[in-house]
Design a binder for this molecule. Structure first.
Ligand SMILES: Nc1c(/N=C/[C@H](O)[C@H](O)[C@H](O)COP(=O)(O)O)[nH]c(=O)[nH]c1=O
Length: 354
């Protein structure tokens, strides 16, 4: 199962809106087939592993990180293919989170006389696809909010300098996160201040997320990187009152999405969910962070903390704006991991489930 989980992990970022899944077929203690789901619409992990096993799947055991599908999607159901292959035992980490199909794959296997055990490494498997589970159930994107700040919580100096607070290793890690997300969101403030590319730039390459800009008054400059660089889509979230002359923004990779009120982030999450965004990476700035914080839309917080101190009451912190006035209403999190990356700390925290 650990090998199946590793196979699933390596494809994270490639399979949206599907989960990442890994499968391993073992016959008499020998690995005879392995597979991962590599791209939505293509073969599922189990199919790759069974194809590799061939007739050595007969009497074998399949280890799979997510319950085999039982419905006809773009490919025939895996449960049927497992049955036809002669597998005699199936070990499953997690049941399918889709309430409509949870357990039906397992039932099909058991009805065909296959011995099924579920729950092995369930926690790791569920964590791997937490965004997918959230999206399947809520139809809105799973939101990861990322901050890069100094030890004293600043994201820039009082004179506006911010490049760079964190080191190259931490910044490369941020690009790994971008690769794993369907979309990246920043406010117009970040576009005007940093003119970011918001693309995934990794030595080994990677997928560019859709670039989403909260830009109620349509102030994105036409010469901005996100407008001139068409290697990724750019969606501008604008208000109804945004200046009418929108023709200049009429580009192949640019979409204008009009909202009655761009501050209604929950409504925006529904719209993005409808547009197939299952995972959203919020990279600031501080006012946007505050909006997601006060709207209680943060599903995961990732903080890169540099061992530097800059101080200054005018130096901006990660969450500006109103903040949460009373401690009793503070966003309560629990630490999931704290690791050092280069000179910086990477802290992953998730809202505490009451
Ligand atoms: N200032 C820092 C960051 N700053 C991140 C900015 O808010 C903005 O997302 C970047 O400028 C994006 O640029 P591009 O997409 O790479 O062209 N982010 C970091 O991780 N560390 C820092 O030190």
């Amino acid at each position: 199962m650990r090998l199946a989980l590793h196979l699933a992990k390596t494809a994270k970022g490639q399979t949206s809106p599907n989960p990442t899944v890994g499968a391993v077929v073992v016959n008499n203690g020998e690995i005879v087939g392995v597979g991962s789901h590599l791209k939505a619409g293509e073969a599922h992990a189990e199919v790759h592993a069974l194809k590799m096993a061939g007739n050595r799947a007969k009497g074998a055991t399949i280890f799979v990180t997510l319950e085999p599908c039982s419905h006809y999607g773009k490919t025939p159901p895996c449960a049927e293919q497992i049955i036809d292959s002669g597998i005699k035992r199936a070990v499953i980490a997690s049941e399918d989170p889709n309430p409509n199909v949870a357990g039906s794959g397992i039932k099909l296997l058991e009805a065909a006389g296959i011995k099924v055990e579920s729950g092995l490494c369930r926690k790791e498997s569920d964590e791997l696809n937490e965004d997918f589970y959230h999206y399947i159930v809520t139809k809105t994107p799973y939101v990861t909010l990322k901050n890069a700040m100094t030890l004293d919580g600043k994201i820039a100096t009082s004179t506006g300098e911010s490049k760079w607070i964190t080191g190259p290793e931490a910044r490369e890690d941020v690009h790994r996160l971008r690769h794993k997300h369907d979309a990246i969101l920043v406010g117009i403030g970040t576009v005007l201040k940093d003119d970011p590319k918001l693309t995934t730039r990794l030595p080994e390459g990677g997928k560019n997320p859709v670039r989403i800009i909260l830009d109620s008054k349509l102030r994105t400059p036409l010469h901005a990187n996100i407008m001139t660089d068409d290697s990724a889509e750019t969606w501008l979230i604008i208000g109804e009152k945004a200046k009418k002359d929108r023709s200049a923004y009429n580009k192949q990779h640019v979409k204008l999405i009009e909202m009655a009120n761009t501050n209604h982030l929950r409504e925006l999450m529904v719209r993005l969910g409808e547009l197939g965004i299952a995972s959203l990476f919020v990279e600031g700035g501080a006012r946007v962070n505050n909006s997601f914080l006060t709207a209680k839309l943060v599903n995961q917080l990732i903080v890169y903390m540099a061992p530097t101190v800059i101080g200054g009451s005018d130096a901006p912190t990660s969450f500006e704006g109103t903040g949460i006035p009373h401690l009793k209403d503070a966003l309560q999190l629990e630490y999931k991991s704290i690791e050092q990356i280069g000179k910086d700390l990477k802290i992953v925290a998730k809202p505490r489930v009451e």
